[in-house]
Design a protein around this ligand. Structure first.
Ligand SMILES: [Zn+2]
Length: 187
């Protein structure tokens, strides 16, 4: 069975304080993916406290986002509806930084129990939390095939998105549906 990791598709990263039109554009393909998916869904939630601005992350990125309990912290409702309508099994991992060790440990357990034989990552931001978590899983489970669907990911900027895809591909993560990147390679 396959696991689909949906990274940080929360209102603040779509339409909120750190939203982008590229992030909004992944919702439709992501809902379509969920509608045809039949496996285990793992969801990460960027989760900060009210003291965010005094944290390391907050000092480097002084934009409050994903404060626990706020609307911006919630997962995009279109995704949650699709998951619930389909009756898919899902689990949520709150994380206070980019990579989630508890997500990685859970994936190791699923793999050791023979419940998954491949994993795919989608979500935001390609160049921060998608890359952090996909490389974390690659480090913990070198024999598990790891894939990223570029059409269901958005970066801080399109350029940062592309750069992250190239880096993940260097680290033997399979990148699918990357139209822009394929164009770039042919030149
Ligand atoms: Zn954050």
């Amino acid at each position: 069975m396959e696991a689909l990791v949906i990274v940080d598709v929360q209102n603040d990263f779509i339409s909120g304080t750190l939203g982008t039109k590229e992030a909004e554009a992944i919702i439709e393909p992501l809902v379509n993916k969920i509608n045809s998916f039949d496996g285990i869904i793992l969801i990460t939630k960027d989760t900060h406290d009210k003291n965010y601005l005094s944290t390391q992350e907050g000092q480097k990125l002084p934009v409050e986002h994903c404060i626990k309990g706020t609307f911006g912290w919630e997962i995009d409702s279109r995704l949650m509806e699709a998951i619930k309508d389909k009756g898919l099994d899902y689990r949520i991992f709150e994380k206070d930084t980019f990579g989630s060790i508890s997500l990685g440990e859970h994936i190791v357990e699923l793999y050791k129990d023979g419940k998954i034989d491949s994993i795919e990552f989608v979500g935001v931001c390609t160049d921060i939390c998608v890359i952090s978590n996909s490389l974390l899983v690659k480090a913990m489970l070198p024999e598990l095939p790891v894939r990223v669907d570029a059409a269901c990911c958005a970066g801080v900027t399109p350029k940062a998105h592309e750069a992250a895809l190239i880096t993940m591909e260097s680290c033997q993560i399979e990148i699918i549906n990357n139209v822009e990147y394929s164009k770039h390679i042919k030149q």
